[in-house]
Design a binder for this molecule. Structure first.
Ligand code: ADP
Ligand code: ZN
Length: 353
């Protein structure tokens, strides 16, 4: 313990938070990896970096903070929350790069108009989005809304935090920094290693860490190692977007559904707004699934038949993808709960057995 200089805990994705100890060498190595990740996105010294991730025990705050300083960016250590102030600071300081969760990034956009700020008042060009799963369609939606480049950022406290895998300028999967993180993808049931290209549970070994060494740590995150090389020339292999976690799979009337499948469907529908929620309850012996989505406020001024048609279109698209047919509820913008940290999309009120 006398050589330990910092303690972090995971946000407790599966219940009890895990405690991670760092020596100074551990922190230095982590900082280098975050700096490398930032550099891979083309950002650097001229950038103004606003870190909207929560500071404190959560690794997203301090992790990116030190890496960005090492690159020489100008760092604004805002931390999470206080949306109006975040927007004001973005405008006043000419923020060019943000670090934030995808759900909060969507919320932030919805708040721009309310704060009387237009995109042309901002200098934003990039956002690093991570800490929670999001679909490729959500990325595209955010890029279009904000007219910026979005880079996927992945990490977990057990492997330091952010800076385990990060997208380069080609945005085609996340390079795992394999000189430090040994990566394998295994069948979650048997533990057998799978060949590249096949989706399974991601397993990491940190090859450097002094204080909390972990060998073949099972992340419960589901992804595939991508085949082929990246045009950027980096030889570190890439992993796909995280498709979900082995422990967030929902079993709805016997059908396996991942929240990411639902998100992917609804984010393709242009009328759908910035937020959604997956709601499960018991209806007699059966499970009943309700997908609540916010739609643009203009829609509510239209005629009712139009709203019904939209509901039906969402229901039908979901049924085609997840096999079961959900109830769809449409909500006013800003009416579903907003999260400053990791979003909690699933509300499961079925009795747990
Ligand atoms: P921290 O976010 O502080 O590392 P945890 O260690 O509790 O907190 O969370 C790590 C988990 O967050 C990962 O195992 C993964 O499930 C999720 N996560 C992090 N980044 C991403 C990402 N880019 N895409 C999907 N899931 C992510
Ligand atoms: Zn690359």
């Amino acid at each position: 313990m006398s050589r330990v200089v910092r303690i972090h805990t995971s946000s407790g994705t599966t219940g009890i938070p895990t405690v991670i100890h760092h020596t100074q060498a551990d922190l230095d190595a982590w900082t280098d990896l975050v700096a490398r990740s930032i550099t891979a996105t083309g950002a650097g010294k001229p950038d103004i970096f606003q870190n909207m991730m929560t500071y404190g025990m959560f690794t997203g705050g301090l992790g990116l903070h030190y890496g960005a300083e090492r690159v020489g960016m100008t760092v604004i250590p805002m931390g999470g929350g206080n949306t109006r102030r975040q927007i004001q600071i973005m405008k006043d300081f000419g923020t060019t790069v943000l670090h934030i969760t995808p759900s909060y990034m969507l919320h932030l956009h919805a708040m721009l108009a309310e704060c009387g700020v237009a995109l042309k008042d901002l200098r934003l060009s990039k956002a690093y989005l991570g800490a929670e799963p999001y679909s490729e369609d959500t990325r595209r939606k955010i890029e279009k809304l904000w007219k910026i480049d979005v880079y996927n950022s992945y990490g977990l406290s057990e492997m330091n935090g952010p800076g385990v895998a990060f997208e380069c300028v080609h945005k085609n999967g996340m390079h795992v920094w394999e000189d430090v993180y040994g990566v394998e993808v295994v069948d979650p049931l048997t533990g057998q290693a799978l060949e590249d290209g096949r989706q399974g549970e991601v397993v990491f070994t940190n090859l450097l860490r002094e204080a909390t060494p972990l060998l073949r740590y099972r992340t419960r995150d589901i992804a595939a190692i991508l085949k082929g090389s990246c045009p950027c020339g980096r030889t570190h292999r890439r992993i796909s977007r995280i498709a979900g976690r082995t422990d967030d799979m929902l079993i709805i009337n016997g059908v396996n559904v991942y929240p990411s499948q639902i998100e992917s469907v609804i984010m393709k529908i242009p009328e759908v707004g910035n937020n959604y929620q997956i709601f499960l309850e018991k209806n007699g012996a059966l499970d009943s699934l309700t997908v609540k989505v916010e739609i643009s406020s203009g829609m509510f001024k239209g005629d009712l038949a139009q709203i019904d048609r939209l509901k039906e279109r969402i229901r039908e698209s979901l049924r085609a993808s997840i096999i079961i047919s959900p109830r769809v509820e449409l909500h006013e913008p800003g009416s579903l709960p907003v999260f400053e940290g990791k979003a909690k999309r699933v509300v499961d009120e079925r009795v747990k057995i």
